[in-house]
Design a protein. Structure first.
Length: 407
């Protein structure tokens, strides 16, 4: 999808600028023509010579090259580009973009840009979560720009948290998906699907919660697979450290089981199907504390728990004859019996059985092994494979079993 595309790559003064070298190489390898625009601070981290060698184009950084009146036209770059990617984007650059502070060549190029803009932030965790940074990101989203969320991990400060620039391979995939959506032959299979993913956190006090080990990887893989099939995806995600790639995915972030219940029941009536992959807490504290509970003054501490509202059961009762509902069952014993019971009690059209007894399956892994059971109790087992491949199996089943004849 990138062959022949014109990409302006903006690089700012972050330690993550070294990743831009790999990003340029991948874009050129994919057939794109890349024009690098650097801020003066970026040159402290990676040299223009390196980037011009990789991109096969002279790097643009200053407004003027010489003192003879020649200058770089930010307007021409804005007209030339098919997309602009700013990676890494520092907190300072985000603020300048949001508020039009045109004090360097990168920002003037950005302000002249006619093409879609993709922004990959990179900074320390406290800077990223600061209200001013988050407000600037919201402004940029409001401008229609796609924010490629940073990932969590060890940062240059040696602290651990969210702020690492997304890997170059993932950024290239975001661009591929963008151009694929523009050129897709299946822009409207006409289907809209709700997918729930990740855990929920049930608050005990302002600093503690009840949760589980779900990472959301299976649900996000399902969302990407459905989007590539041409579906519009409504993804309701619990607290996870994952980003979406495909532009057909509309994401709603929630924290608690109650918030996921509200989002799912609100969105489902507008959808043709739902896949309920989230690991929703079955219980929530009856009386969450307003202040941090102190060990020194509390002593033994007993929690009163209340059952959460059952999302799968509610959607099963809401389901129209033309809608389809797929659930997940993660079991530790009597797996098939428990899965069949859940399938029938909650009026599901199919259920995906995971067993924690299967090596490489379940929470945290990049692989999964499943048994897919339909409403008649017929089961099909899929061997251990990457979750992206397992997601394709589930989505193809749903399409072929329930929708292909009506498409």
């Amino acid at each position: 999808m990138l062959k022949g595309k014109h990409i302006v790559l903006g690089i700012t003064g972050s330690i993550a600028a070294y990743k831009a070298c790999t990003l340029v190489r991948l874009l050129v390898k994919a057939g794109a023509e890349v024009q690098v625009v650097m801020t003066p601070a970026a040159k402290e981290f990676v040299t223009p010579l390196t980037l011009s060698t990789l991109s096969r184009n002279a790097v643009v950084s200053e407004f003027f090259d010489r003192r003879d009146g020649s200058w770089h036209s930010h307007v021409d770059l804005g007209l030339w580009a098919d997309a602009m990617v700013i990676a890494p984007a520092t907190a300072a650059t985000l603020g300048k973009m949001a508020h039009g502070v045109a004090d360097n060549m990168l920002i003037t190029t950005y302000l002249s840009m006619k093409a879609p803009v993709f922004v990959a932030p990179a900074m320390d965790l406290d800077m990223f979560r600061h209200p001013s940074t988050q407000a600037n990101l919201d402004i940029l989203r409001g401008y229609g720009h796609q924010i490629i969320e940073p990932t969590a991990g060890e940062l240059a400060s040696a602290l651990v948290g969210k702020g690492r620039m997304e890997e170059p391979e993932a950024i290239v995939e975001v661009l591929n998906s963008h151009f694929a959506a523009d050129e897709a032959e299946l822009p409207a299979l006409g289907k809209r699907i709700l997918i729930t993913a990740g855990p929920t956190h049930e608050k005990i006090d302002p600093v503690r919660f009840i949760g589980n080990y779900s990472t959301g990887k299976m649900g996000f893989a399902l969302a990407e697979s459905c989007a590539h099939m041409g579906w519009t995806v409504e993804l309701v995600a619990g607290p996870v450290q994952l980003s979406t790639v495909h532009p057909r995915i509309h994401r709603t972030d929630v924290e608690s089981a109650a918030e996921m219940y509200e989002a799912a029941t609100r969105i489902f009536p507008t959808c043709d199907a739902a896949i309920l992959c989230a690991a929703v807490a079955d219980f929530t504290p009856a009386h969450p504390a307003r202040e941090k509970v102190k060990r020194e003054t509390t002593g033994d501490w007993q929690l009163d728990l209340l059952p959460t509202r059952d999302i799968a059961r509610q959607l099963g009762e809401m389901k129209r004859p033309d809608q389809r509902l797929v659930g997940f069952a993660l079991e530790t014993h009597n797996e098939m019996a428990h899965a069949l019971d859940k399938l029938r009690r909650k009026h599901l059209d199919a259920i995906v059985l995971n067993s924690l007894n299967d090596p490489g399956a379940g929470f945290g892994y990049d692989t999964n092994q499943i048994t897919l059971i339909d409403a008649a109790g017929m089961a099909q087992t899929f061997a251990l494979a990457p979750k992206s491949e397992i997601a394709d199996h589930i989505v193809h089943y749903l399409w072929q079993k329930h929708f292909s004849s009506s498409s």
